[in-house]
Design a protein around this ligand. Structure first.
Ligand code: ADP
Length: 411
């Protein structure tokens, strides 16, 4: 079964075409700068890469271009679009309604629309992606996979803020958590690597990329996570503050900052970029720190310090976890960050193997010392594969129930 996975952002659409259930990637790519004078499509099939540059006005036109290249006789991966049975979409916010992936119907679309208010920077683009795919591939099943869904198991004590009770009831203000597809994927993969049942595993999962979040996973389910009502809370990120005293906002408002400026300050100008004044990119900061740039070094230190604080907090919930998993661009590739995070934690049963930690970039493996109580793992995340798997399972179920219905109806 051919499954197309779509991740639609504000000005880009990423895609991967899978052959399921084997999980083979037939083609992948990204169309960037949608709406600009010149958009750029980078398409990969196996080791071949092709690029196209032309004006692409909107997401609908972008989807058209992606579908065209997928059936292109030279660089495409399928002969006709009818081969695509299912499209799996990443959707950032599923509110309290979606606790897992679902087949998209009009009711689901209306709910995603309703949650635009909670994720104004993400859900509108996800919706446009779904509508464009529905329009261009009317025969295909559309599946939505929510970033929030894995955290639907958070207990009330973890998801409530200490705000007046009615704000939850009136405005649904609570901690939702994000990156759920990634946390779920690496937790399941960790269970497989440790030959454990996925519902026995206790783990701390650290997704450290441009956006960063951690989750405490008990018996395979998320019981706490560092991102909150929005992806702003928690760890220090590329350009986001993570945890800080909200009274700073009142103070700055008093100094003349308006809402737009405060939003941009917290989401786009802070984090690694804000501290270093140089870059939001960990690779660049590590290089600058090696060259003696003090603020770059401080940014890396603060980043690691915050991860350590959350490890401390989640150790008390999991007592002790079987594993700590590192994933995301930084978690998978930065041996320096992993070393700084894990140093001097022997008293918690956490001991890094310095040689193991230097393993090649983007590889999967164990990086803890043989006598570490807590296993330390690096697992490259694969949200697209997780979405393709959900989409495949839901399509098979839907097909099976359709067939059963046909059988009952005598058709
Ligand atoms: P996104 O959250 O946008 O998917 P990624 O997961 O790709 O981002 O993570 C991007 C981050 O990973 C950047 O800060 C980048 O510098 C960092 N990164 C990638 N490779 C390395 C490396 N070899 N060493 C340190 N940091 C790295």
């Amino acid at each position: 079964m051919k499954i197309l996975v779509i991740n639609a952002g504000s000005s880009s659409i990423k895609y991967q075409l899978y052959d399921m259930p084997g999980g083979q990637v037939l083609a992948r790519g990204i169309l960037e700068k949608i709406g600009d004078k010149l958009s750029r499509l980078t398409h990969r099939r196996g080791l071949e890469t092709s690029t196209r540059e032309e004006a692409v006005a909107d997401h609908k036109a972008a989807m058209q271009q992606i579908l065209e290249i997928l059936v292109d006789p030279q660089v495409g991966a399928i002969e006709e679009l009818a081969e695509i049975a299912t499209v799996g979409h990443r959707v950032v916010h599923g509110g309290e309604e979606f606790t897992g992936s679902v087949i998209v119907d009009d009711r689901v679309l209306a709910s995603i629309e309703k949650f635009v208010e909670l994720a104004p920077m993400h859900n509108p683009h996800n919706l446009v992606g779904i509508r464009a795919a529905r329009d261009k591939l009317p025969h295909a099943v559309q599946v939505a996979c929510f970033d929030t869904a894995f955290h639907a198991t958070l207990p009330e004590v973890a998801y409530r803020y200490a705000l007046p009770f009615e704000l939850y009831e009136r405005y649904h203000i609570r901690r939702y958590g994000f990156h759920g597809t990634s946390h779920r994927y690496v937790a399941r993969r960790a269970a497989t690597l440790m030959a454990m049942d996925k519902y026995r595993l206790n783990a701390i999962t650290c997704h450290l990329g441009n956006g960063c979040s951690m989750a405490a996973v008990r018996h395979g389910r998320s019981v706490d996570t560092s991102m909150g009502f929005t992806p702003l809370e928690g760890l220090v990120m590329g350009t986001r503050t993570g945890d800080f005293d909200p009274a700073i906002l009142f103070y700055l408002a008093d100094k003349g900052y308006d809402l737009t400026a405060l939003n941009s300050l917290c989401n786009k100008k802070s984090g690694l970029l804000g501290i270093s004044g140089a870059s939001n990119d960990m690779r660049t900061l590590e290089q600058l720190a090696r060259e003696g740039n003090v603020r770059a070094g401080l940014a890396v230190e603060i980043f690691c310090y915050r991860v350590r604080k959350y490890i401390g907090a989640y150790m008390t919930l999991l007592n002790p976890p079987h594993a700590i998993v590192f994933t995301g661009g930084i978690g998978e590739n930065s041996s320096l960050v992993r070393r700084q995070v894990c140093q001097d934690l022997d008293h918690m049963g956490i001991r890094l193997d310095p040689q193991g930690n230097e393993m090649g970039r983007g590889r999967e493996g164990i990086i803890s010392a043989a006598d570490s109580v807590v296993r330390l793992l690096v697992i490259p995340t694969n949200e697209e594969e997780a979405i393709a798997t959900d989409a495949y399972e839901l399509s098979v179920e839907a097909g099976a129930s359709e067939r059963a219905k046909g059988h009952r109806d005598g058709t």
